[in-house]
Write a new protein. Structure first.
Length: 333
């Protein structure tokens, strides 16, 4: 394992690395979902199989995930190394826009089982065509895109804070690291950032004086939606609030809101960690209390670039029922 700095951690160095027996057990369970008869990731039937298969995963993994669901800790992240991704038979890293996983592989099976352990997988029709398992890969010509297809720095954000039903968790699984091992996932939690804010800035962040629009990954037309009412950045308990914010697409509407948002960004920078993920590293982000971003890296587009897979999770699927036709896992609006 590479040496780490105070601001840099490898998930395999945090005491949550599966041993070989548990890794093999996870792979055996994942392979039961690849029977070729019903292996369509987005089908309700396959998700139901993954939900049942979760119960067959090693106890240590299930216990860690369940504890995290009850309390996500000071950073709002859980990192577990040693998950199987089928590395020996991985195809080249995708390079097309909107890349997703429709047919189950080992990594998609692992992601979906973990999602079912946390709650229920969720997707948005306007983003990545509503796929439950999405590829996070660099795309030629989109280097400066401020989203999962780019390779420039990605600023701090919670996922889909503009939406009435944002995900409760975001789960990432690393299939390949970047060539230079420079790409880092940056995370910052409100539980560490909040003490750095003044009472006046905290109060301002709790006021509905901010407008957040959909991110660029939802398409160019989404940023002009007139139906999005102003919201606060922080909500809930004053001592342990939830966050809805994306530095790129959250606009403060008053001078005090602008000052507070700037100070919040500084507090996130001061408390952030950078995770350099290796193949088999799983990261769960509590999207309610943690923002995340990415450092820059240099893709080569040679089939061996950085490749993460991502899925969203809700703890209460029913609360979004009016947005999900046929009670599916995809929010249509």
């Amino acid at each position: 394992m590479a040496e780490t700095t105070p601001d840099t951690h490898h998930s395999s160095g945090l005491g949550r690395e599966l041993d070989r027996a548990d890794t093999d057990a996870c792979e055996r369970v994942a392979r039961t979902l690849l029977n070729g008869e019903n292996d369509q990731v987005d089908s309700p039937e396959w998700v139901a199989l993954a939900r049942d298969a979760w119960e067959d995963l090693p106890l240590r993994l299930r216990r860690e995930v369940h504890r995290f669901r009850r309390y996500s800790g000071p950073m709002g992240t859980l990192e577990i190394g040693g998950l199987p991704v089928g590395q020996a038979t991985l195809p080249p890293t995708p390079t097309v826009p909107g890349s997703v996983q429709r047919t189950a592989g080992i990594s998609a099976a692992v992601l979906t089982m973990v999602a079912c352990g946390l709650g229920e997988p969720l997707a948005y029709r306007a983003e990545k065509s509503g796929a439950l398992v999405q590829d996070v890969v660099p795309v030629p010509g989109q280097e400066t895109f401020h989203g999962n297809a780019g390779s420039v720095p990605l600023s701090f954000h919670t996922e889909n804070g503009f939406h009435p039903h944002p995900p409760d968790y975001v789960v990432f699984l690393c299939l390949r690291t970047d060539h230079d091992r420079r790409a880092g996932m940056r995370v910052a939690g409100i539980r560490q950032a909040l003490p750095l804010l003044t009472p006046a800035d905290r109060q301002a962040l709790f006021t509905p004086e901010f407008r957040t629009v959909p991110p660029p990954s939802f398409g160019p037309a989404s940023s002009s939606r007139p139906d999005l009412e102003p919201r606060p950045v922080l909500s809930g308990a004053a001592e342990d609030p939830d966050i809805r914010m994306a530095q790129l697409v959250t606009t403060p509407l008053t001078p005090r809101a602008a000052k507070a948002l700037t100070e919040f960004g500084r507090a996130c920078e001061a408390t952030a960690r950078t995770l350099h993920l290796m193949p088999g590293d799983l990261v769960i982000i509590d999207n309610r209390v943690t923002v995340h971003g990415r450092t820059a890296f240099h893709p080569r587009y040679d089939g061996a670039d950085r490749w993460l897979q991502r899925t969203y999770v809700t703890t209460d699927l029913r609360r979004s029922r009016d947005h999900r036709p046929q009670d599916a896992h995809v929010l249509a609006r």
